[in-house]
Design a protein around this ligand. Structure first.
Ligand SMILES: NC(=O)c1ccc[n+]([C@@H]2O[C@H](COP(=O)([O-])OP(=O)(O)OC[C@H]3O[C@@H](n4cnc5c(N)ncnc54)[C@H](OP(=O)(O)O)[C@@H]3O)[C@@H](O)[C@H]2O)c1
Length: 254
């Protein structure tokens, strides 16, 4: 089979499309023929070996995992002897190391799910890493619940678009921060309030009580809100400023 592989860290030139062995299928594993794979910042970090703080995970001097990619959607081709959740022919999506390949092998209980029928393979492949990042931050770490106010900085991005929708689904009131070109799109995702950061400095605005009530944060009290920050360039201290009054702060930034 073919896969995108890399033997050393560096620029995109280190990536090669190469003939490699098919993955082995363990007793509880499922072999999936990949129909679509999605790229994330994670893939960039993996082959460039940056940031250096992540090197223990990627391999200190050279990559330990040589196959690129994480997100995928495809069709089950073969199952291990103890697999009981999937059958050959099932349409699935998930995440595993080395998804930029013809085939991936993944544990049935680890990170694999039936593909929702209305989604194309391309749409489903775009969900796992970014969607799980948002879900884990809001539900598992932030314990967001109905009535809370969630501020999503970087709302128009890969993680941010999921964050807005999941926060709404959890019952929160959402204020989304994005640039002018994305205001309509973010509002269409369900954000209750949209701040265009090219026109307004939201980090300063929240220090002012008047602006608090503009965004209705004051209605919910000082510890009832969460902030989620996938904007890559935002300053942590600047984002902490408004959210220090609100309660939780989560980030997935570098
Ligand atoms: N994608 C993933 O699966 C994933 C998983 C874990 C962690 N992360 C990390 O999360 C961060 C974001 O990743 P992503 O995939 O969501 O990136 P992305 O798709 O590039 O989105 C980043 C967003 O940040 C917004 N932005 C830029 N400058 C801003 C500013 N000054 N104020 C507010 N928003 C601003 C941009 O919105 P405008 O276009 O409106 O300017 C852009 O949509 C990265 O640091 C990444 O490493 C990503």
């Amino acid at each position: 089979m073919k896969a995108i592989v890399y033997d050393r860290y560096g620029p995109p030139d280190v990536l090669e499309l190469r003939e490699v062995d098919e993955p082995e299928v363990g007793e509880t594993e499922v072999l999936v023929r990949v129909r679509a794979a999605a790229a994330n910042p994670l893939d960039w970090f993996a082959f460039t070996g940056t940031p250096y703080i992540a090197r223990p995970g990627f391999g200190l001097t050279k990559p330990t995992g040589k196959r690129l990619g994480a997100d995928f959607a495809g069709v089950v081709e073969k199952i291990g002897s103890k697999v009981n959740l999937f059958q050959p022919g099932d349409e699935v999506y998930g995440t595993t190391a080395g998804s930029f390949a013809d085939l991936v092998s993944v544990g049935q209980d680890v990170s694999l799910a039936p593909k929702p029928t209305p989604l194309t393979f391309e749409q489903a492949a775009a969900v796992p890493v970014a969607g799980l990042t948002a879900l884990q931050a809001l539900r598992d770490k932030g314990s967001v619940e109905t009535g809370q106010h969630v501020l999503v900085n970087g709302a128009a991005g890969g993680v941010g678009t999921f964050t807005v929708q999941i926060a709404k689904a959890l019952g929160a009131e959402v204020t989304a921060v994005c640039s002018s070109r994305n205001v309509e799109m973010v509002a269409a995702l369900g954000a209750d309030h949209v701040v265009d950061y090219t026109r307004e400095d939201f980090t300063g605005a929240f220090g002012d009580t008047t602006c608090w009530s503009t965004w209705q944060a004051a209605d919910h009290g000082p510890t009832s809100s969460a902030s989620y920050d996938p904007a890559p360039q935002s300053s942590s201290s600047a984002v902490r400023r408004p959210t220090a009054c609100w309660g939780h702060w989560a980030t997935c930034c570098r």
